[in-house]
Design a protein around this ligand. Sequence first.
Ligand SMILES: [Zn+2]
Length: 603
Amino acid sequence: MTGLPPVRYTIAPIRPASHLFEVTCTVSDPAPGGQVFRLPAWIPGSYMIREFARNIVTLRAECEGRAVVVDKLDKHTWRAARVAPGRALTLVYDVYAWDLSVRAAHLDPTHGFFNGTSMFLAVEGHAERRCLVEILPPPPTTSRRWKVATTLPRAVGEIGAAMPMGFGCYRTDSYDELVDHPVEMGTFTHEVFEAAGVPHEIALTGRHDCDTRRLCADLARICAWQIELFGLPAPVDRYLFLTMVVGDGYGGLEHRASTALLASRNDLPYPGMNGVPDGYKTFLGLCSHEYFHTWNVKRIRPAAFTPYDLQSENYTRLLWAFEGFTSYYDDLALVRSGVIPIEDYLGLLGKTVSNVLRGGGRLKQSVAESSFDAWIKYYRQDENAPNAIVSYYAKGALIALALDLQLRAASAGSVSLDDVMRLLWQRHGRTGVGVEEDGLFALVEEVGERGGKGAGRRLARWLAKAVHGTEDLPLARLLKPFGVACEVEGASKGPTLGAKLAPNSGEAKLASVYDDGPAQAAGLSAGDVLVAMDGLKVTGSSLEAQLARRKAGERVEIHAFRRDELMSFDVELAAAPADTAKLTLAAKPPAAALALRKGWLGG
Ligand SMILES: [Zn+2]
């Protein structure tokens, strides 16, 4: 729709110490009967209603300097009264930005960060209009050295166009694009590297001692591997990792040409570091995960997200494919690109298997159901979550693994899940056609048939059952032909209470009580604070050692506070359940297994 006037926005980090951005939105041809504006209720990639409008502190409208009446229609919708034809209407509003996550906005005298979904009111009827955004610098008392990191395209050719990494004008072709490029401003570290010929950038905000050369080298391998997996050309002509470094944090959100990340300082590589410590593996896995979304969910999308409805829940049963398959490939990319050794990868896979086995919810909820109810369950977990919910991330990743192994085994390694991803990319990613709710099964059948007649049909049926059912996956049996052993044991030799303690709380406070475990049978509940076992004091750090000296079947008296009342519970200890998986390379596997494993994990 070229030719129609653009919607113009300005963003000013006007009061950093008060965490306030001032935003303006100007429409040059408002609707004749009064113009309606809306702020999104959620941000794509994070499936929960967040009601960002609650952070709009003040809002007014004006037309050529004169105030215009604004009505609020619902929690995130406003309507400005009609103005004379040919006159522009401007909304001016303050956004409170003090959410240090990747999902909203944050502003203080050290930096500013925002997602468009927290800042830009959508102009009803103008979703396909071009947008021009002027990003203004902070007040001079803050810092004159602030720069801007974003993949928003610069408004080259417009008056006030931003210079690279500068304040000034940026532009997009639509509202959908406008809200899919987060923006960081401040005095961050900025590095550039190339992967498969595409420039990639990383911006690190917050104090850090990161060995950026090491980080860029590792990310370059991971990104290049992913680009090769889907095939050239890459879906982007530049990509940006926006990273907020904090003492203790973890989070990531995918966007079409960038990702916003929250990372723990000690997870980043430091100069002289040897090997790949667990924390760094976690951070690289997070980067790999969000990068994989550049294809899987940002371009290959569920039909239910085509387009997104940002006002209310968008239901799909497919998050096991978009988050689960992405979770499978995030760590797989680390080993396939040579960044971590195979043994480390098997260790990561073992953790995922254990995570799934530790939740009894996996026997009650399918990953399709978990996807559909993400808005009220996975994203709003309470103390009963382990008993009621299965993670479409973790179990979705294991379904991807099981599918990959079966595709490879049935075809002597000639087809794999990689072929399914490439077919998804061709049919849906490149075309923009959304994936229907049952769309994956036909694609798996098509790819599977290439590897052996009948194999595709069998695997498509297996996948439907795995996705809609609650049975455990036969991973040990599927891994064996690849020369990988999978053993499942109890987490400890000693008995268990069947409960999870709240982390970092010193006292032995129960975070969750597992269904049908000893604690639940004795009447203990989440929230109870254990103070003694058989008359001896119990703390968060001593409980495990005290249990290790006991045997399954023994009875112990536990004293605990519930609310302020001391209560006594008679607990019969049980053996620790077999929920800890260990994956190892089998000794002297046959040549066929070695060949299959090489195709799967490289090396
Ligand atoms: Zn994800």
